[in-house]
Design a protein around this ligand. Structure first.
Ligand code: ADP
Length: 328
């Protein structure tokens, strides 16, 4: 059976980008057709400045929202990365296979490092090595597929390279994983600045729709989305990124395709109005289930505990094999 692994960082409140790019597919497709593991990657959240109490809270909140989005502990394994030591055990071995040049070429590293340098802060070494830990997350489980948004494809590519190199040098140990992307909305853009992706660690919060935003807040954000001064509704990601983003979001929420949807609108206003309502409807059940789950934190803790046990049992043999293969 196909094995699927993916993760999400507890670095802020989850966004519509996380949902359309990754989480919704995990819940609606992956967990039903594959042996799936989903992980709140709390160790990755340590790569940038963090507050310990907030991180602990956000890790539980993120797990709760994943359950609210439809992950079913009977159908998949949901756990916290830090509960399974195999991730860090394997990460060190992979640091001995990956190169520093590969790390420095990563787009996300370059962007995050530049932002931090602008603020005058020093960089955590773990920010540089982040993709190696991510490779360990994936390879420890022998994942065939990694369902992610477009921004993560370079990191999955690195995991592939590292797996191939390790296998060549030390004998076949790892499955070589591949990325799977959603058909639309693989990169949801910020509504106020459609040249940037909608990210949960965006401090300003403007232009970002959060999964737990009240319906009126969602409507306001979508109606105020930046477009351009044209009138005609066309789908063009390069020339009309704001408009294309709205069409992508509408298509992802209603199941249509963005180009043919564009033909059905003669004004930006009506497109925004329909997009706002479509987003509100997609998020409604998530918010409702979230409210119920919040009343039962012990249930979420139980799911995470059991998930970690299952995950550990799967990862340990692969990681032990890697230790033997490399000569330890
Ligand atoms: P973030 O960038 O919001 O901190 P993560 O790095 O935790 O999110 O990514 C969790 C998943 O959500 C990944 O699969 C990532 O590709 C996806 N994702 C994040 N932002 C977006 C977006 N704006 N559009 C589509 N997918 C996204």
């Amino acid at each position: 059976m196909t094995r699927v692994f993916s993760g999400i960082q507890p670095t802020g409140h989850l966004t519509l980008g996380n949902y359309l790019g990754a989480m919704r597919r995990w819940a609606e497709v992956d967990q039903h057709r594959a042996d799936s593991l989903f992980c709140v990657v709390d160790l990755h959240a340590l790569t940038v400045e963090h507050d310990p109490a907030r991180l602990r809270r956000l890790s539980r909140q993120t797990a709760t929202l994943l359950l609210a989005a439809g992950l079913d502990p009977e159908a998949c394994t949901l756990f916290l990365q830090s509960h399974v030591d195999e991730h860090t055990r394997l990460s060190y071995l992979l640091e001995c296979v990956a190169t520093d040049g590969e790390m420095r070429r990563m787009i996300q590293y370059k962007e995050k490092a530049a932002r931090q340098r602008e603020r005058g802060g020093s960089l955590r070494l773990s920010l540089l090595t982040y993709p190696v830990l991510m490779a360990a997350d994936i390879l420890a489980y022998g994942a065939d597929e990694v369902p992610v948004g477009e921004d993560q494809t370079q990191h999955v590519e690195l995991a592939r390279d590292v797996a191939v190199r390790f296998n060549q040098r030390y004998g076949h140990t790892f499955v070589v994983p591949r990325t799977t992307l959603p058909p639309v909305a693989a990169r949801v853009m910020n509504l106020q600045d459609p040249t940037r992706k909608m990210g949960k660690s965006d401090e300003s919060g403007t232009g970002v729709v959060y999964l737990l935003d009240e319906p009126d807040v969602v409507r306001r954000k979508v109606l105020r989305a930046v477009t351009d001064s044209g009138r005609e509704v066309v789908y063009d990601r390069v020339e009309r990124p704001g408009l294309a983003n709205l069409l992508d979001v509408l298509a992802a929420c209603t199941g249509g395709d963005p180009e043919s949807l564009a033909g059905g609108y003669d004004s930006y206003g009506s497109l925004k109005k329909d997009t706002a309502e479509a987003v509100v409807e997609v998020l409604r059940p998530v918010r409702e289930r979230h409210r119920e789950l919040c009343a039962d934190p012990a249930y979420v803790e139980g799911v995470l505990r059991e998930g970690a046990e299952k995950a550990r049992a799967l990862a340990r043999p692969t990681v032990d094999t890697a230790y033997r293969a490399i000569g330890l």
